[in-house]
Ligand binder design. Sequence first.
Ligand code: HSE
Length: 437
Amino acid sequence: MRRINAGIIGFGTVGTGVVKLLTESRELISSRIGADLCLKYVADLDIKKDRGVTLDQGVLITDAEKVVSDPEIDIVVELIGGETIAKKLMLKAIENGKHVVTANKALLASSGSEIFAAARKYNVDLGFEASVAGCIPIIKSIKESLAANRIHSVSGILNGTCNYILSKITSEGTSFAVALKNAQENGYAEADPTLDIEGFDAAHKLAIITALAYGMTINLDDIYVEGISGIALEDIRYAEQLGYRVKLLAISKHVGEGIEARVHPTMIPFDNLFASVNDSVNAINVKGDAVGDMFFVGRGAGMMPTASAVVSDMIDISRNILSCTSQRVPLLSYRDENIKTIPVVPMDEIWSRYYFRFTVVDRPGVLSTISGILGNSGISIKSVQQTEEKKEGPVPIVMVSGPAREADVKKAIANINTLSITDGNAIVIRIGEDVSH
Ligand code: HSE
């Protein structure tokens, strides 16, 4: 049987999962490919740590350069993350004619054009299924299964760590810090967990799927990003009373001639499918002109789900190698000459309903002052809630608005925040009614 050699760079959580799958499911995989997918190298700086897997003599090395330079290596799997060394190694592998598989969403979102251009130049395949939503086959679905569709929107819960944290706080009242620690222990979080909790990881993933869905180039800076660190248990409880769950949602959709691309905490009605997606599970809704709404759900982080996506790319590439072909499916879904520049709608121009929580002094006229400012900005109030507080001091007022323009909301809230009757800044959370059905 023909042998296809792979080398992994990075023996962390996902790297260990890939080694496990390639060794424990070797026969299954080779029966599906028709070739033996062999692990020639696993490179990591730490070759002492016990990862609970056994490798043949000589496989575990410290020299990543060997993986990208050895003429016998067909596929390089980059799993070290980061944007400097990973990029250098990936480009070197490509220049040496190796196919590359990566889970590095940050690198693809920031330097994708350079890396994809190199892959095209050297005619090698670049698999990145694991970069978005763990095991959910969203990249392949957009590139292949949905290729006959004009895509109207792609929205999703794309960060397992945030979904895990929000779910734990919602169901158990766990503190943010404890929930984050658990997510780290489970191997969901990035090495720098601020990438997760401040929404940047979800933005990296949104950049990748937005480019594929609409055949466009997108600049990371054009994506509005707001994370979950400002979400308090109090807001999660108010949301429940109002019939909503709070989720970190990544949204990209065609609006007029442009694309909205944004990541922020969103209140989702209980009866919306996203509301019941908990733990580290990710979910994506794709709306296409032929298929209508499609909803994908699966583990978005963790060792084996992410490894499954990495190995599926390795299998795809192995099949291409056996067929003596590469890039049969365009790397970015559309053929290069058809990739367009589509304007991204400025955040100020989006429309949404909003949840506001103001902390105010408890005296007559406060409510009318606040609603007056909102009303003068064209923001209609749909509900107001003030629980009778026994304690002295400032009290919360919760309001839900009708559809309003972001710029008007920002201006009104900035104005309210300066009033002497308010104690601290208002909490503002967007409400998403139409993100999926
Ligand atoms: N840190 C990421 C997450 C891992 O929590 O979703 C998967 O990309």
